[in-house]
Design a protein around this ligand. Structure first.
Ligand code: MN
Length: 724
């Protein structure tokens, strides 16, 4: 157990190495003294203990401290906390001891580090919950998370001496949490190394194979890459750009992941190579302008793929990454990605958050940098602080949110907001404020009225339209992607569910009294299928929540049998006018994507899985997609039976100027039409505009068209059309 003289020599060497690295961060004698004291306290505390590799334990905290300085760019306090990071967990020293010997700040950092490591020894759900709490408290000091990442990196680098099942556990945590966290914190090099190491221990054979192939590709392409660089170097020099150029090759892990996700072979990956140009900015021209200038010089030499241009300068990545990327065609038909960055951008790309801090301290005259950093921190805090019922869900969502792509959209005042890709108007509204989200009824996207469910695109400008009477419904959950919106809606629904049942029952009973009908079992047998509600409670709940309305109630009750609503169509498949050869095709099904009704031109698609023929409108996009891929499954010759008078469900969307009485006119026109019954009427009205969807049963397209023509004639109606 006792350390040998060789051990002591090794420890001294490693510590000297750390001291040398600290030259660039120590500013005073006190700084040096603090680091030496932390070292001797830690060394004494871990005395006689060895790592699994056999090295004295203290070599681990030294290595972690070194990573903090060299690879992350942290300062003196972090070095001290790194040296002490395992002391409280593994030895008799307490946080109070540290506080007394050092400072309360350092003690709280060590405390944080001790707690996180406890997290990874608990079971999954407990682990998830503690992890969330931990990250939340640690956000006040991101350095603690950074040190924890350095700790994990060193453990990954020395994973070889661990038993197999430990390797699996540690690599899983690394891939699931630490790599995404490192990515989000902008530690690109560390993220990439964590992934590569995880792969190496998880799938050693595949790792070795890809590594070998990358080596070979590098050798084979060395000449080509040289030829690629030469003209760029000459051109940039000629234009007096001060720069460095280096060649990059994809990491083993990213090659592996691409092969997995796209199911392709190594040889099919075309973007293995990249060239990075890092320039020293001229003091008089803005960095951004210089990036585009270099871009122009490069694309003058090589043709670029316009679809591969990535402008991370105007809108940096969520993790703060800034650069201009383009992919150009090099010699011998080789696609090469060119990355253009200033020295500052490069620093941020390599060292993430820590570099932000450095630049933040260094230049008081860059308030933009400050804002970016604060915004970044704010987003992480948001992701963490949303209340969640299930800790494991949280972990999953958080992990996802670390990697998710983003879009940038604008408020009416031109302020930019970042949202997850596929975010909708509702996500946007909730992102601004939960009250705005909860009262949203529509939006003007680029000055055009759209529904709250509309998916946003980068560059959209959105004005949320609200109404005091609007409230979240369960359906909203299907139309949001952000954790924030989901949480607010869920909370609202949870709080209001019981109230909804009561409210719904009261509404229903009041209406029935009005109509003079007693709510019998027979009534419910008709109502529940018509309102798609499996139980009475469900019906009340939906009614109370406002997802269904009673506008069509009378019509539904007037029907002889609810079964009419279950069977909307009959289709015949056969040889045209030889009606005696027509056979009712039981295996026919109406396509849900386009819902054809009698009179529509239809085409069938035989589902290879079930053998059923799904009937689409011939103009349906989904049918087109299917036909382009599996033309052999297309079934023609399907036509509607003309001798059965039946009702078909259709949806008409209406939009117009709100005025008193318009709803009455609308209902009047519809119910006045022969053979048309309203199933559901959804109308939203706001700021003098109303929008609605009417689900109704019609006998044919011609009846529907007649109805639409009549609706359009109503004063104030601007637009009426069959939707879907
Ligand atoms: Mn450790």
């Amino acid at each position: 157990m006792e350390y040998t003289p060789q051990d002591e020599k090794l420890i001294a060497e490693r510590f000297d190495g750390l001291l040398a690295a600290c030259e660039k961060i120590c500013r005073s004698e006190d700084d040096w003294a603090l680091i030496r004291r932390a070292f001797s306290v830690a060394k004494e505390a871990h005395k006689g203990v060895r790592r699994r590799s056999g090295e004295p334990y203290i070599t681990h905290p030294i290595a972690v401290a070194r990573i903090c300085v060299d690879e992350i760019g942290l300062g003196v306090k972090s070095v001290v906390a790194s040296l002490l990071h395992d002391v409280v967990e593994d030895t008799d020293l307490t946080v109070e001891d540290i506080s007394r010997m050092f400072t309360p700040k350092i003690a709280s950092m060590v405390d944080g580090l001790t707690k996180i490591s406890g997290v990874f020894n608990a079971d999954t759900s407990e682990q998830a919950e503690s992890f969330r709490k931990m990250l939340l408290t640690l956000l006040d000091d991101v350095r603690v998370i950074l040190i924890k990442i350095a700790d994990r990196l060193h453990n990954m680098r020395t994973l070889g001496s661990m038993p197999r099942e430990k390797q699996i556990k540690i690599t899983s945590e690394t891939l699931f949490l630490f790599a995404p966290l490192a990515y989000r914190l902008g530690l690109h090099a560390i993220k990439s190394e964590l992934e590569d190491l995880s792969l190496k221990y998880r799938f050693p054979d595949q790792y070795a194979e890809i590594e070998g192939k990358l080596e070979a590709a590098k050798k084979k392409r060395a000449k080509v890459m040289e030829r690629f660089d030469e003209p760029i170097v000459a051109k940039l020099r000629e234009n007096s750009v001060d720069f460095e150029i280096s060649e990059r090759i994809k990491s083993v892990y990213s090659v592996w992941r691409k092969m997995q996700s796209k199911q392709i072979s190594f040889e099919e990956i075309y973007d293995l190579f990249a060239v990075r140009i890092v320039f020293k900015p001229s003091p008089v021209i803005p960095e951004k302008t210089q990036c585009w200038y270099i871009y122009e010089l490069v694309t003058d030499l090589y043709p670029s793929r316009p679809d591969r241009l990535r402008d991370w300068i105007t809108f940096p990545k969520p993790n703060g990454y800034e650069a201009l990327h383009t992919t150009v065609m090099g010699p011998e038909g080789l696609w090469v990605e060119v990355q253009i960055r200033s020295e500052r951008m490069n620093d941020v790309a390599e060292r993430g958050v820590a570099a932000h801090w450095k630049h933040r301290e260094a230049s008081e005259d860059d308030p933009a940098g400050d804002e970016r950093f604060d915004a970044w921190l704010g987003r992480i805090r948001d992701a963490l602080s949303s209340p969640t019922e299930n800790a494991v869900d949280f972990l999953d969502n958080f992990q996802k949110s670390l990697y998710t792509a983003e879009i940038v959209v604008f408020t009416p005042k031109g302020e930019s907001r970042r949202l997850q890709k596929d975010a909708t108007v509702l996500d946007f509204a909730y992102d601004i404020h939960s009250k705005l989200g909860a009262s949203a009824i529509g939006a003007k996207i680029n000055h055009k009225i759209e529904s709250i469910y509309t998916t946003l695109k980068s560059g959209d400008q959105i004005e949320v339209l609200t109404s005091k009477s609007a409230k979240p419904t369960a359906e909203w959950l299907d139309h949001v992607v952000t954790t924030k919106a989901k949480q607010h809606i869920k909370n609202y629904l949870r709080k209001s569910t019981q109230g909804n049942v009561e409210r719904g029952r009261a509404l229903f009973e009041a209406r029935m009294t009005e109509l003079g009908i007693a709510p019998s079992a027979r009534v419910f047998r008709k109502l529940l299928p018509a309102y798609n509600s499996p139980t009475k409670d469900e019906f009340y709940k939906n009614l109370g929540a406002g997802t269904i309305s009673l506008d069509g109630l009378q019509e539904i009750l007037r029907q002889n049998s609810a079964s009419k609503y279950l069977k909307f169509w009959t289709l015949f498949q056969g040889g045209g006018d030889h009606s005696e050869t027509d056979t009712p095709a039981d295996e026919l099904e109406i396509a849900e994507c386009c819902i054809p009704i009698p009179g529509d031109d239809v085409t069938g698609y035989r589902d290879p899985a079930t053998g059923k023929i799904i009937v689409h409108k011939t103009s349906c996009n989904e049918l087109t997609r299917l036909a382009s891929q599996h033309g052999e499954n297309i079934v023609t010759g399907i036509r509607w039976s003309s001798h059965k008078a039946m009702s078909f469900l259709s949806i008409v969307s209406v939009q117009g100027i709100d005025r008193i009485g318009i709803l009455l006119d609308l209902v009047g026109v519809i119910t006045g039409e022969l053979g048309i019954n309203i199933r559901e009427l959804k109308i939203q009205s706001h700021d003098g505009i109303f929008e609605g969807e009417i689900s109704l049963y019609v006998a044919s397209t011609s009846a529907l068209n007649d109805l639409i023509t009549k609706i359009k004639k109503i004063k104030g109606v601007d637009k009426a059309q069959r939707s879907r």
